[in-house]
Unconditional design. Structure first.
Length: 175
């Protein structure tokens, strides 16, 4: 083991000279300068500026965001009409999903495609309502859109009923 250490030290050339006088004082001065310069840098102004910019951004975003008017925003009666249609459509969709099977899959998918198209049309009516204002023509179109959706759902549920029970006739009475 001692041989390895001896060979290691003899093979490597180490700097064994003493540093120049005053080296320790110069080193301490450099250390003190770095500590003082770190204390001078203050980030408080940057954090305050960032907070102000953030608050200003939220304020501008809320004030300049265009609020879209919907049917429910026009009057309490229209809100009641919209709530009725939306809740009825949701209930019918749940019923539709409960009756989903391999036999009814194609009928349901066709109906859902039609409903999606009607939803896109409804979004266009909302844009028209926001652009042109409260016109009876647009409001009637929006209500007819809801009525058409309900009609599609009712038709599909009737078709599903016939698919599941092909022997049933409409208006059949059992004794």
């Amino acid at each position: 083991m001692e041989d390895k250490l001896d060979t290691f030290f003899s093979e490597n050339d180490f700097d064994l000279q003493e540093p120049i006088t005053g080296h320790e004082k110069r080193f301490e001065k450099k250390l003190n300068r770095r500590q003082q310069s770190n204390k001078k840098t203050s980030w408080k102004w940057l954090s305050v500026a960032a907070s102000v910019v953030l608050i200003l951004g939220f304020w501008l975003g809320n004030n300049y965001q265009k609020k879209q008017i919907e049917l429910a925003d026009l009057s309490p009666k229209m809100e009641e009409v919209q709530n009725y249609f939306v809740s009825t459509i949701k209930r019918e969709l749940k019923t539709l999903e409960k009756n989903r099977s391999l036999d009814t899959e194609t009928v349901i998918e066709i109906a859902l495609d039609e409903l999606e198209e009607l939803e896109e049309n409804y979004k266009l009516f909302i844009e028209e309502l926001n652009d042109e204002g409260n016109t009876a023509k647009i409001i009637n179109s929006m209500i007819k859109n809801y009525q058409r959706r309900l009609q599609i759902l009712e038709n599909v549920l009737q078709q599903i009923k016939h698919i599941k029970n092909p022997n049933l006739l409409d208006h059949e009475i059992y004794i």
